[in-house]
Design a protein around this ligand. Structure first.
Ligand SMILES: O=C(O)CCC(=O)C(=O)O
Ligand SMILES: [Fe+2]
Length: 393
């Protein structure tokens, strides 16, 4: 069935590209709700009406249960190694078979619906770019505080953000006194650049970040295409592979270079408290370990190294898939003892305007919606001001 579906979606995409027409969405089951229905009529008795309150409570419940097993993370056992998925069949469809692509979809579906995360290889980004990204970020973070503050915009989405300036704790009401502020400094750059006026970092750093974002766009599109087909297959419905883009608009994203320094006196502090990301998917690169996540109810280390990318599912995708895809719960551990650099790329979708009505959960026939219709921006807004301490428009 999936094989026919893959061929059909390839055909549908080809038609859309040729005639440039908009897709008609009536064949898609949005949990029996039609796009355009007033929000009040979308609610029913079982619906989670305030997702921004639901997710922190859900995360607390799952984290408390995992901590009760052990607050420390372990490695996955040798006979159950960490999922590493080669996505190259989707980046080079002409050089792969339907079976290869179908296998990738099934692997991604298994991980997205269990822990909500997996590593990917075959993404086409070469080590030379990663090397220049890490080297230029290290150079940047080694500048004096005064120099770095020269690259601050006052907006956390653009340019430099100093150490201990943001607070995941403020959303999750969690952590010790040392953990009330995230133990990292950051430099952020958004795509497309005119969404937020980017601050130009030092040229070498700016070039590496810009080139990396361009390559990430390709990877993001492929992973979202795979997830859309996975959703179609699991729900037995026909979604065009470009569904998110068709409904919400082009991909957007925020790349953040993060440095977690080792700070005397803070050895016992979690560097970034447990949370799930707010958006659709996050794509993370790091040459050092330290990222940990909950799988099957307990904490595990996420193996990371140069060349491997980690993908996690965010809360918006959990809502849009009506709970099928799991918002991955993760943290940066106190065990990240080295001076750690990572590059999370938070992907979003479409118009970041308050008038964007968002997407109703995508359901199989007869499935009831659990979440209300949400736009990514509407959901993120609830948290971002708490994390940054700044009012969001
Ligand atoms: O630095 C990392 O590896 C993860 C960062 C993260 O989870 C976040 O910024 O949301
Ligand atoms: Fe995160």
């Amino acid at each position: 069935m999936l094989k026919n579906f893959l061929t059909l979606t390839a055909l549908l995409c080809a038609i859309a590209v040729v005639d440039g027409s908009e897709y008609v969405h009536h064949s898609i089951s949005s949990c029996s709700l039609q796009y355009g229905m007033p929000e009040s009529e979308e609610k029913n008795a079982t619906m989670i009406s305030e997702p921004h309150k639901y997710f922190p409570a859900q995360i607390k419940r799952i984290v408390d249960a995992a901590d009760a097993i052990s607050p420390d993370a372990i490695d996955l056992p040798d006979n159950h190694s960490y999922p590493v998925i080669d996505i190259s069949p989707w980046l080079n469809p002409s050089m792969s078979s339907d079976e290869d692509r179908e296998q990738v979809v099934q692997q991604v579906l298994n991980e997205a619906r269990s822990s909500g995360s997996f590593n990917i290889i075959g993404h086409g980004i070469d080590d030379a770019l990663f090397n220049s990204l890490y080297a230029s970020a290290r150079n940047f973070f080694s500048l004096s505080m005064e120099q770095k503050m020269g690259y601050s915009s006052g907006n956390n989405r653009a340019g430099y953000v100093a150490y201990r300036n943001e607070s995941v704790a403020s959303v999750h009401k969690s952590g010790s006194s040392k953990e009330q502020k995230d133990l990292r400094e950051l430099f952020s750059m958004s795509f497309p650049p005119n969404n937020d006026a980017n601050v130009l970092g030092p040229p070498e750093f700016h070039d590496a970040m810009s080139q990396y974002i361009k390559r990430l766009q390709v990877v993001e599109r492929a992973v979202k295409q795979i997830l859309t087909i996975a959703l179609s297959s699991a729900k037995d419905i026909d979604l065009p592979t470009t569904y998110l883009k068709d409904v919400e608009g082009n991909e957007t994203g925020l790349l953040r270079a993060s440095r977690y320094p080792s700070t005397p006196g803070f050895e016992d502090a979690t560097k970034l408290l447990p949370h799930s990301d707010f958006g659709t998917i996050t794509i993370i690169a790091s040459s050092e370990e330290g990222l940990e996540e909950i799988r099957e109810g307990r904490w595990y280390r996420v193996p990371m190294g140069i060349g491997e990318l980690h993908v996690n599912v965010g809360e918006t995708y959990t809502m849009w898939s009506n709970g099928l895809f799991k918002n991955n719960i993760h943290r940066v551990s106190k065990e990240a003892k080295k001076d750690r650099i990572s590059f999370p790329y938070f992907t979003a979708q479409g118009k970041p305007t308050s008038s964007n009505p968002g997407i109703s959960p995508i359901c199989s026939n007869g499935e009831e919606p659990v979440f209300p219709r949400v736009s990514l921006n509407g959901h993120v807004k609830h948290y971002f001001s708490a994390i940054t301490g700044k009012v969001e428009s």
